[in-house]
Design a protein. Sequence first.
Lengths: 168, 168
Amino acid sequence: MKKKIITFLALLLIVPALVLGATLIISSKPLTEEDAELYYITGNALYKQSDYDSAIKSYKKAVSINPLYEEAHNNLAFLYNKVGEYTKAAEHLAELTQINPANPSYHYDYAINLVMDIKETKQGEIEDIENALEEFKITDNLAPGFQHAKENIEFLENMRDSYYSKQG
Amino acid sequence: MKKNTLILITGIIITLILAGIALGTGLTGLIVKTEDTDFKQDPGFYKALANHFAEQGEYDEAIPAYETSLALGEDREVRNNLAVLYHTSGDYTNAVNHLRILAEQYPENPSYHYDLAVNLVDRFRNSEEQEVNDLLEALAEYELVEQISPGYQNAKQNAEVLRGILKI
């Protein structure tokens, strides 16, 4: 009896399902050239392959589509720093300090890249030192004790004072 | 003639008449004989069960039922539905695996190639370990779709976007 009931219920389930069928479909939006995230993710994948030039191009495309794309600016700054292009790294970090001024690491990294640029090119302007000093100070205000902000402030102040004393 | 003999002859005649009526009017068609099926071994039973769960939106129940159905017998609709449910639940790798099999089994069906491309891009977008190869394969699949069935969904546009991303 029990077996007959189970058989009946199974047929009740199977028959309409087999008759009606149920082919499911995947719905997807079309890809667009304005998909900043896809360029950003591609940049990440290219970076992992150590293809830095292509990764930079991908990240640049991402920020050209979305100029407020923090992660893309940050990765661009990181990559430019990695390949020794400190001026370009500083440019993107300057953008980041505007986009998210409350993040101390953007100010700190901006200052670091300004100093690295001076060190690398050996032709830094006093304005760059002043800028770096200012950014280290903002960092220390936002997050007291952040990395080496305090020591760097001291170092740059000495450098600046020495410059002005030489200028008379 | 004895009374009992008369009753027996009358009974036989009535039986023959009823059988004649039944055969003549096709009443035999209403006689249903239940098959003694072992549902545990019946892929159709699991398919119907899975279809039922899928229609209810119970994907966690539908997926294992489709998997069991597929283990008992190949069925393109089951494999397709499984791929769709894996896609819906964000398991793009399993969706890709099933769609690769379908695309290989039915190379002239554009929808399998198209869905494979969609899932490759989604996997690229969402996985921790992005592989540029997923985008390259997706591009090849979109190009194949456009070749098999010109104008199919967004294949042409998607291929152009991917070419733009990958040539950088």
